[in-house]
Each structure stands twice: as structure tokens, then as C-alpha cells.
Design a protein around this ligand. Structure first.
Ligand code: GLU
Length: 504
């Protein structure tokens, strides 16, 4: 049923270049990609740039770079070429013009000359009587348009006034439509207004351009965000008026903020406590850079895996999938109808899962860290450190902050704790423990544990930790001792003793 009879699947990602993509946008691209690949189809990138007022520089390169980073590159479209060029709507004006003429000729569209003020005036009049104004079948015959004038009047008007072209919606129909995710939808055409198809500057609106392009580019499935669901009826009516059959529609659920306060959008970037952009975005002119998932250390595979499950249920218990596995499992029918909550903790969890498979990369990163600090150490030692600290990190770059104490003594101490222990008694305790360490011959994890467990003194353990790590954190203390060796461990204890001495 879903596969458009025998036609090859063709889907498109059709962003408007109004800024960076956010999580919802890139998820739409991903679902289109997965669906195309699953069915051996074509994934197209079309830039919907008819609204020049909202155009933002660099959006297009941002979109292309993001798709590349996610490894979900288009087969056709902007940046990739193809048989249906141009893939920029701003370059397809003549095509739209041709179809708008067809709609005018057949009486599906009409010219409207009302100015903004005229409409405002009408709106106020209606509001005054407790009614809502809508440019539709009820009111259009009271307005300044080609339906209410003679041919001669129209001719004159067209020469002297600016105009828009509106779609003439016929009332009284219960329009039956189907969405793969939302099921059957019935819309009463009485409730629709005569949307503008061509703006007064001669440029097609999104609705007209989108419909025409989807048809001409042979799009079989329109997979897009739920915010476009209310436009579906208009699009379906446009297809009908143009004599075409519509594609299959699938409107994806919204991604919601986990505080329950509505959907994620570009407008609320600052109020969110998680990144919203896949890759960094430099705000034009302001030179402010907002980091994206890429810059924050997320792996593209983890990001894509996480994103794929934001609204789609693969129907199996696992959660970790390669891109190929996602392709194999993907189906539009398993997409949720209701909004999905985004959880950054879950995103971090995904990254960690992928991090576990990236030991070599962690090694190289750590190797660079110690190289820039001119620290000499054996490969084996480095690997041991990685194995000891790996489960504490979610991102490669976190490795140094969780393992530095295996290479260098702490440069500072936890202030709160240090202040609490700044007295003679601590020095006495540390000196005593130092002697015990000095006389411990086998400086190994097991032996040290044995020696110090006898003392059963929690406090001394905390003091040791402060001396070795600088804070009450880090892996098992006796492992740190063994790794550092007797000489380095004792030196660090002496350093802490001196610090305390200086403070009291
Ligand atoms: N240009 C629209 C957007 O940026 C695309 C809507 C559609 O896919 O039909 O959201």
C-alpha cells in the first residue's frame, strides 16, 4: 500500500535557508534518507528559498555540511545535481508562473487586489461584530478581487495595481485524506481559506512551489514535520486542481522539550539546557558561535542513532544500530503519532556506547595530551590508564580531566576539603602514613590494600586521595598508588604536607 505502485521511491528533504537546522530538521532529513535507502530509492535535497525576507546567509552550506557529518548525503539536488534541476525554488519562478496561469484559466485561482490596509479594515469590522475574518468563500465576494469585477475592470486593475493570486477553495466538501502516521483525516473545506499562491512581488508561496516541485520531481512520499499537517488539505486540493495525484504523506511527530513546555525550535536555543544544532552555527554578523553536537564531542554515528529513535520504534529490544541496520529496520508505520521528549542524558548514553568502541581514538587523544605536556610514558601505561578511567567518560575529550593524576601531580586541591583539614593533626597523620608507605616493600594494589585496611581509617584514605588526585575523586586509591609507584606517591604526600604547613 505504501509503495507508490511500482514507481521508484523518491523522497526529498526541503529545508528553507532560514538558519541552521535544529534537531527536528535533521531528524526529518534522516527519516527521508532511511526510507529512501530502505527502498532503493532516491534522497533529494531541495532548497525552498522563496521567502527572501527570511533568507539567512550560510544556511545552505550549513545544511550540506550537516548532512555530510551525519553520513546521510543526498543522491540528487542542491550540491549534487540531477535531472530535475534547478533544485532551488528561487530559480524555478517561470515553472510556477506556468502552472499558476493554468489554475487561473481553469478558475481554480483568482487575482486579489486588496491592500494590507483593506484587509485589516475588514478584519476589524468582523471582529467588531464578534466574527472572525478569513479570506474565504463567505467573504471573498465582498472583497476586491477578480471574482467581483468585470473582465474590463480586471484588465485595468492588472495594469495599474499590484495583486496576489489566491487559491479558490470550494466549500461544502468533506475532504478525505490519509497520512501514514496520523491515519485518515477529514477536513471540511468550509474551514479553509483562500491561501495566497503568488505574492505581490510575483514570487510563488511555499504552498504552490512545494506542490509543483514535489510533482515535477516525482516525489512519491512527503515525509516532513507535523507543523505542516494543517497545510496538507491545501496541498491535496492543489494537486487535484492541477490534475495530479498527490504523493503519500507522513507527518513526523514534534520533538518536545523534556520540561513539558512545548516543541523544540530555533527560537528557544538559549532557554534549553541541551544543544539544539547538529554542528556549530556562527550567528551572521554577531560572530557568536553556538556549538553543535559535533563540537561537543558527539560521534556522528551516536547522534544519528539517538536521533533515529526520537519518534520511531524499530520494534526490537536493542537500541544500538548502525546506519545500515537502521536502513534495514526503518518503516514509516512504526513512527509515533504523539510528540517525543528529548533527553540529553539519553544522548550522552548513546555517545558512551559508541565511545566504548573507540579505544584507539581515546589512546591517540591521550597521547597528544601527554605529548604537549612533554610527559614521557610507556604505551602500556597509557592503555592501563584508559582501561581504568574509560567507564567514567562519555566523550573522548573528557579523558584527560579523569586521568591527569596518573601523569602529573595535582596543581591545586579541593579548597573546601583542604580548609577542613588544615591543622597539625593532619600533618601528623600524613607523616605517619608516609612512613608506613615507605616501609611497604611490595608497592602493589593487593599489598597496599592489606596494609591499610588494617588501619581502618577512612580519614587517611581521604587525605591520600587529596594528595594524589587533588580532590575526593578518581579510581580506586590503591590502584593509583600502584600505578604511580612509591617514589611519586610519597612525593605527592609531601607536597600536600607542605601546602598544609604553609596554610597554618
Ligand atoms: N520548506 C519547508 C520547511 O523548511 C519544508 C516543508 C516540506 O517539507 O514540505 O520546513
Amino acid at each position: 500500500m505504501l509503495l507508490h505502485s511500482v514507481r521508484a521511491v523518491r523522497v526529498r528533504f526541503a529545508p528553507s535557508p532560514t538558519g541552521p537546522l535544529h534537531l527536528g530538521g535533521i531528524r526529518t532529513a534522516l527519516y527521508n534518507y532511511l526510507f529512501a535507502k530502505k527502498h532503493g530509492g532516491t534522497f533529494i535535497l531541495r532548497i525552498e528559498d522563496t521567502d527572501r525576507k527570511r533568507f539567512v546567509d550560510n544556511s545552505e552550506s550549513y545544511i550540506l555540511e550537516t548532512l555530510k557529518w551525519c553520513h546521510i548525503e543526498p543522491d540528487e539536488g542542491v550540491g549534487y545535481g540531477g535531472p530535475y534541476s534547478p533544485y532551488y525554488q528561487s530559480k524555478r519562478g517561470e515553472i510556477y508562473r506556468m502552472y499558476i496561469n493554468q489554475l487561473l484559466k481553469k478558475g481554480y485561482a483568482y487575482y486579489a487586489f486588496d491592500t494590507g490596509q483593506d484587509i485589516e479594515k475588514k478584519r476589524k469590522e468582523y471582529n467588531h461584530h464578534g466574527l472572525t475574518f478569513s479570506y474565504n468563500f463567505r467573504i471573498r465576494m465582498e472583497l476586491n478581487n477578480s471574482l467581483t469585477m468585470t473582465k474590463e475592470q480586471l484588465h485595468d486593475k492588472l495594469r495599474s495595481c499590484s495583486y496576489v493570486i489566491r487559491f479558490k477553495i470550494e466549500p461544502g466538501e468533506k475532504l478525505k485524506m490519509h497520512d501514514v502516521i496520523h491515519g485518515d483525516i477529514i477536513v471540511n473545506t468550509d474551514h479553509l481559506d483562500d491561501k495566497i499562491l503568488l505574492k505581490s512581488n510575483g514570487i510563488a508561496t511555499y504552498h504552490l512551489a512545494n506542490t509543483i516541485d514535489d510533482y515535477l520531481m516525482k516525489i512519491t512520499h512527503v515525509i516532513r514535520g507535523e507543523e505542516w499537517l494543517p497545510s496538507m488539505s491545501l496541498h491535496v486540493l492543489l494537486y487535484r486542481a492541477l490534475g495530479w495525484s498527490p504523493p503519500i504523506f507522513a507527518h513526523l511527530p514534534l520533538i518536545l522539550k523534556n520540561n513539558g513546555k512545548g516543541k523544540i525550535s530555533k527560537r528557544n536555543t538559549n532557554s534549553l539546557n541541551f544543544p539544539i544544532y547538529p554542528i556549530q552555527w556562527e550567528i551572521p554578523k554577531e560572530k557568536i558561535i553556538i556549538p553543535g553536537y559535533r563540537e561537543l564531542g558527539y560521534f556522528p554515528e551516536a547522534f544519528v542513532n539517538m536521533l533515529s529513535l526520537l519518534g520511531w520504534n524499530p520494534g526490537v529490544k536493542r537500541e544500538i544500530f548502525s546506519l545500515q541496520e537502521l536502513i534495514n529496520l526503518f518503516s514509516l508505520e512504526k513512527i509515533n503519532k504523539s510528540g517525543v521528549y528529548f533527553d540529553i542524558k539519553k544522548a550522552n548514553w548513546f555517545n558512551k556506547k559508541y565511545l566504548n568502541k573507540k579505544k584507539e581514538e581515546i589512546f591517540s587523544f591521550l597521547f597528544e595530551e601527554i605529548k604537549t605536556r612533554s610527559i614521557l610514558c610507556k604505551k602500556d601505561y597509557l592503555w592501563k590508564v584508559i582501561h581504568l578511567t574509560m567507564d567514567r567518560i562519555h566523550f573522548i575529550h573528557e579523558i584527560w580531566e579523569h586521568s591527569f593524576y596518573f601523569f602529573i601531580p595535582p596543581s591545586s586541591y579541593d579548597t573546601n576539603f583542604l580548609n577542613k583539614i588544615c591543622h597539625e593533626n593532619t600533618i601528623f597523620k600524613l607523616e605517619k602514613a608516609k612512613i608506613l608507605l615507605f616501609h611497604t616493600n611490595k608497592f602493589t594494589y593487593t599489598n597496599l590494600k592489606f596494609v591499610f585496611q588494617k588501619t581502618k581509617n577512612q580519614h587517611i584514605m581521604q587525605l591520600f586521595r587529596l594528595a594524589l588526585v587533588g580532590a575526593l575523586k578518581g579510581v580506586d586509591l590503591f590502584i593509583i598508588f600502584e600505578m604511580l609507584g612509591k617514589k611519586e606517591s610519597i612525593q605527592r604526600i609531601e607536597k600536600l604536607i607542605n601546602k598544609i604547613k604553609k596554610k597554618i
